[in-house]
Design a protein around this ligand. Structure first.
Ligand SMILES: Cc1cc2nc3c(=O)[nH]c(=O)nc-3n(C[C@H](O)[C@H](O)[C@H](O)COP(=O)(O)O)c2cc1C
Length: 347
């Protein structure tokens, strides 16, 4: 049965649609754009290194800048050592976090070498101490995000998930792929269903949800309590609103899908929030996904990629928009099973 909200401690997530944390993408500008369409139950930061967090300024760090409307917002922590937990949690309290998520799934070699992300799944004893410490120091919703592991092993996965719930994790998101599996691989939603059966806490399915149709399929196959959406949120910032309406019966307003206008809003929001040297890289990341709305989107992506300033990128984008109609920006998105630049990518 599909419920249109999840209660996680004091937080109501309605609808149960979660923005996936994505490095370089889920910053304040994207979150505001998503809110303008509606339908997101819980926003997210990108992963924040617990070790580096004390050195970041809430007013100028691109990882921490947040505007008033960005609520509720979950902060994702990348923790490698137990000692990093308490100082990081205290900072998140001061920043007004609405939830704290622990990254236990990132497969990026850089992150694994530092002892974080998916490398932690191989060290359940350390994870247990990290979770228990975090749990003792916060009454905020404490969530975790995992992949399915190194290889399909029901016993290892089950013990790990039960341990997380036993130590006080309030909600678990499962990215339905093994550590080495690229984004092009079909997600294993049925394995999210197994995790769901083992646990009493809400389980959220992640991986490959990019449309109303894939949302329905994923919910049917996994029986999950909600969905987390990553890349499709960047490509089609209206995708949450569509799923909220069609799957959960939640009206979200009727903002028009006008691609050049959406792009202009992103450029403007980046300029308003970030220092000049932080803007262009983020626009390039956004464009990599957003350009997929156009048949010749690779021209847009390349033009922006080779720009030297935000202004130059915008004027090149304008020239592109003048020449090209969107490929398809109809309310139903086309499932994207193609390869990805970050094919063995994070998360
Ligand atoms: C560019 C990029 C950056 C990512 N960064 C993170 C991250 O910071 N933390 C994390 O847990 N997962 C990260 N992920 C993984 C996503 O959260 C998500 O699990 C993955 O993209 C699958 O969901 P999707 O098919 O809806 O995109 C990242 C993915 C991408 C593409």
């Amino acid at each position: 049965m599909i419920h249109n909200q999840i209660r996680v401690r004091q937080l109501n997530v309605r609808p149960p649609l979660f923005l996936a944390p994505m490095a370089g993408l889920t910053h304040s500008a994207l979150r505001s754009l998503l809110l303008s369409f509606g339908g997101v139950g819980l926003l997210s930061t990108e992963m924040l290194s617990a070790r580096r967090l004390p050195a970041e300024s809430a007013l100028s760090s691109p990882y921490l800048i947040r505007t008033a409307g960005e609520y509720p917002l979950s902060y994702q922590l990348l923790v490698a050592a137990v000692e990093e937990v308490v100082p990081a949690v205290e900072i998140l309290h001061r920043l007004g976090a609405d939830a704290i998520d622990l990254n236990l799934g990132c497969p990026a070699p850089r992150v694994r070498q530092a002892g974080g992300g998916s490398s932690l799944m191989a060290d359940p004893a350390r994870v247990r101490r990290i979770v228990a410490t975090a749990r003792r120091h916060t009454s905020l919703p404490l969530t975790a995000k995992i992949r399915l592991g190194e290889a399909l092993d029901e016993q290892i996965l089950q013990e790990f998930c039960r341990m997380l719930a036993g130590e006080g994790i309030d909600l678990l998101t499962v990215h339905a792929r093994l550590r080495r599996e690229p984004f092009g691989r079909k997600p294993r939603w049925e394995w999210v269903g197994r995790v769901k059966q083992w646990l009493k806490i809400p389980v959220i399915a992640n991986g490959g949800v990019c449309s109303v149709a894939t949302a329905r399929d994923c919910l049917r196959i996994s029986g999950a309590d909600g969905l987390m959406i990553g890349r499709a949120a960047v490509e089609k910032p209206w995708v949450f609103a569509e799923i909220a309406k069609e799957v959960y019966g939640e009206g979200t307003g009727s903002r028009e899908i006008d691609l050049p206008r959406i792009y202009l809003e992103m450029v403007t929001a980046l300029a308003a929030r970030f220092s000049p040297e932080r803007r262009l890289g983020r626009l390039k990341e956004f464009t990599h996904y957003f350009a997929r709305n156009y048949m010749f989107g690779h021209h847009l992506a390349m033009a922006v990629q080779s720009s030297n300033s935000l202004e130059e990128a915008w004027s090149r984008a304008l020239a592109f928009f003048a020449r090209h109609a969107p490929d398809s920006c109809l309310p139903e998105s086309v499932p994207n099973t193609g390869s990805d630049r970050l094919s063995a990518g994070p998360g």
